[in-house]
Every structure is written in structure tokens, then in C-alpha cells.
Design a protein around this ligand. Structure first.
Ligand code: SF4
Ligand code: SF4
Length: 77
């Protein structure tokens, strides 16, 4: 099952990942991070297909996506 991890302190709240996700499962937090931004959250991780569009789109490399399979793949890191 794919896994997504948002490093909330790296997020600047641009919302690009929200629009890039084909599953529509990314949204913004209701709390601020240490920089004073609402940060991206995955509100339905069970529907993530591991496409990594969010990680590729993020200009601040604040998202990593892992896909469990014959080998483990990390994007951005
Ligand atoms: S990996 Fe794809 S489906 Fe999963 S949260 Fe990112 S953009 Fe959405
Ligand atoms: S694209 Fe990156 S910086 Fe922009 S809201 Fe998403 S995680 Fe935050």
C-alpha cells in the first residue's frame, strides 16, 4: 500500500499538491505550522494510489511517497 508523508514544517501552503492529486485526497490543515502556513494533509490515505504527483509538484519537496512492492521506492529523498 502506498504511503504519503508530508513534512509539515517544510510546507508553505501553496496548495499545488491539492490540485495535482488525481484522487482529491489532499487538503489543507486547520492549524498553522511553525512558519505560519496552513500545511497539506492527506485526509484519506487509504485511497492513495502512489502516483507521486503531489511529491513531484511540490516546489519545496515537502512530500515523500513510498510504494511497497518488490522494492521500496522513495521520491524526493
Ligand atoms: S501519491 Fe498520488 S494519489 Fe497519493 S496523495 Fe499523492 S497525488 Fe494523491
Ligand atoms: S505543494 Fe508542497 S508547499 Fe505547496 S501546499 Fe503542497 S506540500 Fe505544501
Amino acid at each position: 500500500m502506498p504511503m504519503i508523508n508530508v513534512y509539515k514544517e517544510k510546507c508553505k501552503g501553496c496548495e499545488l499538491c491539492n490540485h495535482a492529486c488525481p484522487q482529491g485526497i489532499l487538503s489543507m490543515s486547520k492549524e498553522l505550522n511553525n512558519k505560519g502556513y496552513f500545511y497539506a494533509v492527506c485526509h484519506d490515505p487509504g485511497r492513495c494510489i502512489g502516483c507521486a504527483m503531489c511529491a513531484i509538484t511540490c516546489p519545496d519537496m515537502a512530500i515523500e511517497v513510498g510504494v511497497q512492492g518488490t522494492r521500496y521506492v522513495l521520491y524526493d529523498y
